[in-house]
Design a binder for this molecule. Sequence first.
Ligand SMILES: [Zn+2]
Length: 127
Amino acid sequence: MGVLQEKPRRLGGGQTRCPHCGLLQDRVATLEQDWVLLEPDMHPLAHTVPAEHRWIELSDGRVTVYGVCPPDQFQRCRIEHRLACPAQPLPDLWPWLTSLRGENARQAERRDDPKPPLPPEEWPDAG
Ligand SMILES: [Zn+2]
């Protein structure tokens, strides 16, 4: 019957099941001697992915964050499974937008503050 325990691929990688959703994810070595869990068979164009989340494959099979800015128009990349995992909250992909939204929320709150116009009798006597 089906062999689930796939033989580790290059550099000891392989596939593991996500503990959150149970789907398969690729375990790939990074240049930083670490591991990252990538979404299998998913190679979006790099410029459609936020900069810190673009992983590109090197010739030896390891991956690293694609730091070229602006990204090459045709460069494909890989993404971490956690971005695609249906059982995990989406991380903050666009931090500058999040802070802009926070700033706007504060502005909107200030606008909503009910401030009745000053009653005329409190105006200083301009005579
Ligand atoms: Zn998952």
